[in-house]
Design a protein around this ligand. Structure first.
Ligand SMILES: Cc1ncc(COP(=O)(O)O)c(C=O)c1O
Length: 389
């Protein structure tokens, strides 16, 4: 038989799935995969019921229901003073993941270079490669994840079509500053490139930091595609409702890719998200504060145990450098060890790099109830006290 497509057949089962399976077998506390264990606003569930019963459950418009596109445009205006025409510059997708896929397919031609920062969210590379793009990876450097500017500039060439850019960033928790965005914008201008901006964690920022969409910087309006997600904003990750804001000409091509990927997103979910964006602003602007408190709880607990916790300024992920713990078999082995021996599951950050030469970081997900975080800390404490006594 002829081989299957090599991009996808070349990937094994993701380490997230492997660790989650191990977590189930050992009945551990799973702080690996990134989903909240508390539901989003109750009124959105009522809005969903109402939308399911009061409106047709048939194909909605391909670009999304007008209520949600309008709500997204109003949201962008309220938070970022970003003016977008809801009819021609906003589209609803089935999660940010589909929005990313549609945008990559719409922009990247075989042979184009695509610049990406490492570590990176796991869907980026397969989609860029499947579209025929050549990934040009630039590593951010822990603990502060600063941009190696010379290396970044060297990664851009005349063949570069776009950068895939995630701020606030998973898994680093970095929020890119205005100065960094300005310098990045200059490179985009210089090399005439687009930016696919994954901003799903836009409301999950801590310590008074500000998320700034690259699209709002001078000269960037036509170059950027801004992608956000109700999954993150409302802690409804299973709903898979995402939205894209982009200039009319660019969005019209992304819409063509979306048309052949999924065509539409469930209309009742879209209406419930529109309700949420319009009426639950207090809820989602408070979410950052709630998560900040959880970050503090976990950070303090892990630091007390002697874990070397890296700064975490956003998202719901926290990284720990394991080199000081006297464990030298790499992050994957350490995550297995924690799961089997301590009853707590986390994920190895090497899974978010293209090559495996970084293996000293592990990622904790802290969007869990305080009692779950405390129970995880107790398990770690009892394990490490026994093993260092
Ligand atoms: C950086 C990043 N982008 C996109 C997504 C996916 O978003 P969605 O669930 O809306 O597809 C995630 C989910 O973890 C993520 O971390």
């Amino acid at each position: 038989m002829k081989p299957f497509n090599c991009t996808f057949s070349g990937f094994g089962t993701t380490v997230f799935e492997v660790m989650s399976q191990l977590a189930r077998e050992h009945q551990t506390i799973n702080l690996g995969q990134g989903f909240p264990d508390e539901e989003g606003p109750a009124a959105m569930l009522d809005a969903l019921d109402n939308a399911t019963r009061s409106f047709p459950n048939q194909y909605p418009p391909m670009m999304g229901v007008p209520e949600l596109r309008l709500a997204v445009a109003n949201h962008d205006q309220r938070f970022y003073d970003l003016k977008a025409d809801w009819q021609s510059e906003v589209m609803v997708c089935s999660g940010a993941t589909e929005a990313l896929a549609a945008t990559i397919l719409a922009l990247v031609e075989p042979g184009d270079d695509v610049v990406l920062f490492e570590p990176l969210y796991d869907s980026y590379l397969p989609m860029v490669k499947r579209a025929g793009g050549n990934p040009r990876l630039v590593r951010l450097e822990p603990p502060d994840w600063h941009i190696p500017w010379d290396e970044l500039e060297a990664a851009f060439t005349d063949r570069t079509k776009c950068i895939l850019f995630n701020t606030p960033m998973n898994p680093t928790g970095k929020v890119f500053s205005r100065d960094e965005l300005t310098a990045l914008g200059k490179l985009l201008d210089k090399f005439d490139c687009y930016a696919i901006c994954d901003e799903v964690y836009e409301h999950l920022v801590f310590d008074g930091r500000e998320h700034i969409p690259l699209m709002t910087l001078p000269g960037m309006r036509e170059r950027c595609v801004r992608i956000a997600s109700a999954g993150k904003t409302f802690s409804m990750t299973g709903w898979k409702v995402g939205y894209v804001t982009a200039a009319r000409a660019l969005l019209s091509i992304i819409a063509k890719a979306h048309q052949f990927l999924v065509f539409t997103t469930p209309p009742n979910l879209q209406r419930a998200v529109a309700y949420g964006l319009d009426h639950e602003q207090a809820w989602y602007t408070h979410l950052g504060q709630d998560l900040q408190a959880k970050r503090d709880l976990l950070e303090q607990g892990l630091s007390k145990l002697g874990f070397d916790v890296l700064p975490c300024n956003s998202t719901y992920f926290m990284n720990v450098d394991i080199r000081g713990l006297g464990f030298h078999s790499g992050d994957v082995a350490f995550c297995r060890y924690l799961t089997v021996e301590a009853g707590v599951t986390v994920v190895p950050v090497s899974a978010l790099y293209a090559s495996d030469d970084i293996d000293h970081l592990i990622r904790f997900c802290f969007c869990k109830r305080d009692e779950v975080l405390n129970a995880a800390l107790e398990r770690l404490s009892s394990h490490f006290t026994k093993h260092t006594a």
